[in-house]
Design a binder for this molecule. Structure first.
Ligand code: AMP
Ligand code: ZN
Length: 112
């Protein structure tokens, strides 16, 4: 998706602090972190939001949790705790319409 900032990061056309990348998923630091650890875990496939998920995406979306767990360990928040958040649509404040999971940790966070 040419106009999508996350597709550009995934294809190296835009810069990001990339922590992990493979053929299915890319993870990079959020440019406006709300906690000391704030990482975005993004499927390389352009899925607009949870509303566009199909059954064929189930394995890919489950894999986001596997990567989240590994990154939480690397970032030393596995034991102290972290949140995994997927915003969907305007009322949730979704601003990038390429599905992504926020991994937020490093202090007590009150977002729900
Ligand atoms: P949301 O769509 O509300 O789930 O959040 C999108 C997130 O992407 C926000 O936390 C932004 O700070 C973050 N973001 C937007 N553009 C970039 C970028 N170029 N690199 C890293 N993070 C970004
Ligand atoms: Zn995209």
């Amino acid at each position: 998706m040419p106009s999508c900032i996350f597709c550009k990061i995934i294809s190296d056309e835009a810069p990001a602090d990339i922590l992990y990348r493979d053929e299915r998923v890319t993870a990079f630091r959020d440019i406006h972190p709300i906690a000391s650890t704030h990482i975005l875990i993004v499927p390389n496939k352009h899925i607009v939001s949870v509303n566009e998920v199909t059954p064929e995406d189930e394995t890919l979306l489950g894999y986001l949790f596997t990567i989240a767990k590994e990154i939480a360990k690397q970032e030393n928040v596995a034991e102290s705790g972290y949140k995994l958040i997927v915003n969907t649509g305007p009322d949730a404040g979704q601003v990038v319409f390429h599905l992504h999971m926020h991994l937020i940790g490093g202090r007590r966070i009150r977002t729900r």
